[in-house]
Design a protein around this ligand. Structure first.
Ligand code: EPZ
Length: 427
């Protein structure tokens, strides 16, 4: 195990190259299951979650190679080709799914292409129960028979799926993605209502369209899919990671620095940029990215997490860290996940003043945080703690670094390049 050692107090200045989006890349990789022809993905981030999904796809018979190479076993490149010519196994085993919930995204593509899928139930996780009922209802609406046996979902449609109407009672990113992928090969028309509008949905739809799918309305509330008999090979470039970009934007403001988030797209992260501005940051859209800088002050602010285009739950912990050092009080309400405040006691160990009442946290800014060892509980919570460490006096160690490695590519390297004093050391 490793931990991150941070000596706080350095203002960050320079350029941070933003990686491909984890939460898009994972779904795009699952989409490769829909076609017997290879899918090449460019701009894949090098992250633990990507490796976990490669393991799962390998298990199903998908060969993964560095794009342009003739094969080999080293599959950590930025451009990879996923060849699902033959699906040899339609089981997603517990041992892999438990490591990463996004594994559930193989369900739709598998049942659509192979007529069956047996996928381990992911179970709850640190940030909440996270059921998958909407994923299952969506596939049932397309004609799949669904059973749950011994902790596994068994979905089957031996004669293929049939288009249908899916109306989600509330917005789910993953359920929208599973439904969208499954519908591409269903017979007839599928209409998905109250669909998630996150930019990752539009990225997935663009890739599926390049593979021959017929999709209208991705990125809007209603998506219409005209099923086709077969999808073909394609090449697609993963969109930039709006959560990584937003996290470094918070780092710029919090450390009273100035960072160019290279490659970030403002339209994907407007709510984050608005929140940074409300907190006193200066945001400038430049040709090659988004610049965030400080005017020397951080103001208190109020936020409620919401589905896109609202403020993203994946940015909540990072803004909580920012609020800890703001002038005045802030209120942050978590409205997506029921248990996503686990960073609060850890931030308090650094000297933060936070009171939680139900799903809202009131944060009264303090003049300084003080370094201490802290324990990460999930990916974004870990980033919140790392950000707090960047401004705390003395040394902060963030334990359980593996959480950060799931979603932030070369974190300590990127931070060091803009002036942070950060090291990865054995725990
Ligand atoms: C995606 O998770 C992201 N993960 C999450 O990012 C992100 O926090 C979340 O969307 C919300 O934006 C990936 O893209 C891999 P949901 P997902 O289905 O799809 C409930 C990170 O840190 N729900 O939109 O699982 C659910 O419990 C991760 O990168 C049901 O009740 O999220 C939650 O309360 C963490 N039944 C709400 O809906 C269902 O069948 C929204 O979840 C599905 C979801």
């Amino acid at each position: 195990m490793e931990k991150l050692l941070i000596q706080g107090g350095k203002a960050l200045h320079g350029t941070v190259p933003i990686s491909g989006a984890k939460n898009s890349a994972l779904k795009l990789m699952c989409a490769s299951l829909l076609s017997p022809e290879p899918l090449t993905l460019n701009n894949l981030p090098r992250l633990a979650d990507i490796t976990t999904l490669i393991d799962l796809l390998n298990h199903m018979g998908v060969t993964v190679t560095i794009a342009g190479s003739k094969g080999g076993t080293k599959v950590t490149g930025r451009s990879l080709t996923f060849d699902a010519g033959t699906i040899s196994d339609t089981v997603a085993p517990y041992d892999i799914v438990r490591k990463m919930r996004a594994s559930i995204l193989v369900l739709g593509p598998l049942v659509a292409r192979a007529g069956e899928a047996i996928v381990s139930l992911p179970g709850g996780c640190a940030i909440g129960n996270r059921p998958i009922d909407l994923h299952l209802k969506a596939l049932a609406a397309l004609g799949a028979d669904i059973d749950i046996e011994q902790g596994y979902v068994r979905a089957s449609a031996p004669q293929g799926l049939t288009g249908g109407k899916i109306r989600f009672p509330f917005v789910s990113v993953g359920a929208t993605e599973n439904a969208l992928m499954a519908a591409t090969l269903a017979k007839g028309t599928t209409v998905i209502e109250n669909a998630a509008r996150e930019p990752e949905i539009a990225d997935l739809a663009a890739c599926l369209t390049a593979m021959g799918a017929k999709i209208e309305g991705a990125g809007h509330e209603t998506i219409t899919v005209e099923g086709v008999d077969q999808l073909h090979g394609a090449t697609h470039t993963v969109m930039p990671d709006r959560v990584e970009a937003g996290s470094y934007g918070v780092a710029a403001l919090m450390t009273r620095g100035n960072l160019l988030l290279e490659g970030a797209r403002a339209e994907d992260m407007q709510a984050t940029l608005d929140a940074l501005t409300e907190a006193g940051g200066i945001v400038e859209i430049e040709e090659d990215g988004v610049r965030v800088k400080s005017n020397g002050h951080i103001k208190g602010f109020n936020l409620v997490t919401q589905p896109f285009p609202g403020f993203a739950t994946d940015m909540q912990a990072q803004f909580m860290a920012l609020a800890c050092v703001a002038e005045g009080a802030s209120v942050i309400t978590e409205a997506i996940f029921e248990n996503r405040f686990m960073h609060v006691p850890e931030l308090c160990r650094l000297g933060a003043d936070i009171t939680v009442t139900g799903s809202s946290a009131t944060i009264r800014g303090v003049s300084a945080l003080k370094g201490a060892p802290v324990m990460a509980t999930d990916l974004r919570a870990s980033m919140g703690l790392a950000l707090a460490g960047l401004v705390a006096t003395g040394e902060t160690s963030v334990n359980r670094l593996y959480h950060l490695d799931r979603g932030y590519e070369r974190l300590e390297e990127k931070l060091r390049q803009v002036g942070a004093v950060v090291d990865r050391v054995p725990a």
